[in-house]
Design a protein around this ligand. Structure first.
Ligand code: PGA
Length: 258
């Protein structure tokens, strides 16, 4: 983390977990965990399933917890059965949206081109974006991690202006570490987050690159969070499994506050 130039952000990615009633329970539990703590140094976000959003926004009101969605369509409206627009999210009080998560890329045909369209639509509607990039195991083994995250970062951000970058968080999520219990070492996480920052320097210059929050995601948990967050280029976490337990999530927030 480098609090001098950028904010620290801990975000939960609930994936396809929790009904609306359960979502209220979990948001309430997270609020109870952080109540009385000065969370000013760390932004806290819960990215919940679409049908939980309204309940979560309501439950989080007046607390430090911000609510995000896990995807958004690129069109503003129209014949896209089953999809949700940025304006719909914005109107119900959603602040963030995850775009380009590897599960969307892997199972739902997401490409860097569609990711880029979604990022543009989200920003234009006033949502903030958590943009996910990361390499597959085979890509790491072939030594092309830097090429992969560089390509993703450049195409996903195509046409995004320097001014818009203040509403972008990048999450580096090595695909081999997601939901596998295999965490990147803190040095690996720092190296690739640093590399992504170098790509941002080439695209937007040093000031924007230094001001951009770059999270690590992939089996981050209550035990390994402090070590990962101790690295200068790791500005937070995007947390799946461990974000579903309020006490574990609170330990990770605590690590980010220290
Ligand atoms: P995980 O998921 O923490 O369960 O590995 C992270 C993510 O996919 O964002």
């Amino acid at each position: 983390m480098n609090r001098q130039t950028r904010k620290t952000v801990i975000a939960g990615n609930w994936k396809m977990n929790k009904t609306p009633a359960e979502a209220k329970g979990l948001i309430d539990a997270i609020k109870a965990e952080i109540s009385g703590k000065d969370t000013g140094l760390c932004e806290i976000i819960a990215c919940v399933p679409f049908v939980d959003l309204q309940t979560a926004v309501e439950a989080a009101k007046g607390s430090a917890v911000k609510i995000g969605a896990q995807n958004v369509h690129w069109a503003s409206s129209g014949a896209f059965t089953g999809e949700i627009s940025a304006a719909m999210l914005k109107e119900i009080g959603v602040e963030y949206v995850i775009i380009g998560h590897s599960e969307r890329r892997q199972y739902f045909g997401e490409t860097d081109i569609t990711v880029n369209s979604r990022v543009k639509a989200a920003l234009e509607s006033g949502l903030k974006v958590i943009l996910c990039v990361g390499e597959l195991l085979a890509e790491r083994e072939q030594g092309v991690t830097a090429e992969v995250v560089s390509r993703q970062t450049k195409i996903d951000l195509l046409g995004i202006t320097e001014a818009q970058m203040k509403d972008i968080i990048i999450a580096y999520e090595p695909v081999w570490a997601i939901g596998t219990g295999k965490t990147a070492t803190s040095d690996q996480a720092d190296e690739v987050c640093g590399f992504i920052r170098d790509v941002l320097v080439s695209l937007y210059g040093k000031n924007v690159a230094e001001a951009t929050t770059i999270q690590y995601g992939g089996s981050m948990n209550a035990k390994n969070a402090a070590e990962l967050l101790s690295k200068i280029n790791v500005d937070g976490g995007l947390i799946g499994g461990a974000s579903l337990k309020a006490d574990d999530f609170a330990v990770i927030i605590e690590a980010a506050l220290n």
